[in-house]
Design a protein around this ligand. Sequence first.
Ligand code: TA6
Length: 312
Amino acid sequence: MDSVSKAMTIKYDIAKLNNDFSIHSEFTRLEFITGEGDIPVVEIKNSQASGRISLQGAHLLSWVPAGQEDVIWLSEDATFSAGKSVRGGIPICWPWFGAHENNPAYPAHGYARTVMWQVTETTEIDNGQTQICFKLESNQLAEKYQQMWPQPTTAEYIVTLGKTLKLELITHNNSDQAITIGQALHTYFNVQDISTTTVQGLEGKPYLDKTDGFKRKTQSRSVIIDQEVDRVYLETADDVTIKNKQREITIKKQGSESTVVWNPWKETADKMADLGPDGYMNMLCVESANAADDVRLINSGQSHKLLVIYQC
Ligand code: TA6
């Protein structure tokens, strides 16, 4: 199949996706549309919340609990095109976090955020929430990705959207050897005003400071953002809360003992093409991760689950 026919298949798959997975009930509407850049997007609305997820990267773009502002920040200058990650939302960093260990030419944060994921199931849950499941089979991807990650591995991503947002990222090692994965749900939170925002729950924790040559430091009190912050906090299995005048967002997690906090601040943001004018003032990434010494070894035939719940 040539590239033109392939692109057309993606477009016409919308009808099949709706045929197989759409939900139209009294309380739930789940529908696939062709989004910007011809990339399929699933739109969900139920009695508790609404949301949007791009099938490229299984990238959640919006989560709006009823009566609230979007909890997720999406840059007004975000671009949507095949094979390119989107600035904002919840990029899935997988199967490595940050720079690749041995090959600097491989994409930062892995490739999962730039490839199409398959939808496997949609469900209306009794309590009014909606669940959608995605899958990525590493050995069904283009050759270049299989060269980067030759071990047959399946990633499953289960999104349960309601007044809380539950995200489960499960990695199955289908190969006959152990694998080591790094990952993160690189969530951009909509904080509206960074100057009044703090992150609580990281007090006393060690962190690696990327802005200072990855020096190991200790967080004394709650985190405030008044300069570029790019840190991997270690030993962080407990809840973290983002607080400001508008609201509190609590992050609960399992299968993760590292937490990345990132805000590029003005100078770095100005060098980025897609963060938007003063975008850094409205966003904060707090990422539930398996990064640095928290990467996970998965034995042959075994799985690892990263589970995160956001509540506000
Ligand atoms: O998670 C923090 C971080 O790794 C930062 O160092 C910063 O580069 C950011 O992610 C964004 O990365 P991206 O590859 O999306 O431009």
